[in-house]
Design a protein around this ligand. Structure first.
Ligand SMILES: [Zn+2]
Length: 75
């Protein structure tokens, strides 16, 4: 029987559940958007990482950590 070691999965370019969850957790800590705050020019971050509003088109909430600017951007 094959054992799905991390080495084996890497060969398939797949991740183990543990690796996936760890990367998701890091991802959930703070998500930059690459979008500048229109008020102060700092990068906007996602207010609810991983959550996409079911608007049409889908959007996500973002805010600025420097000046508290809040808005939503297209997901
Ligand atoms: Zn700002």
């Amino acid at each position: 029987m094959t054992s799905y070691t991390p080495e084996y999965l890497r060969k398939l370019e797949l991740k183990s559940i543990e690796e996936h969850n760890k990367s998701r957790f890091t991802f959930l800590e703070k998500v930059g958007t690459g979008v500048a705050c229109p008020e102060c020019g700092k990068e906007l971050v996602e207010s609810q990482p991983g959550v996409i509003l079911t608007s049409h088109p889908p959007k996500k909430l973002v805010h600025c950590e420097s000046c508290d600017y809040k808005n939503s951007i297209l997901a």
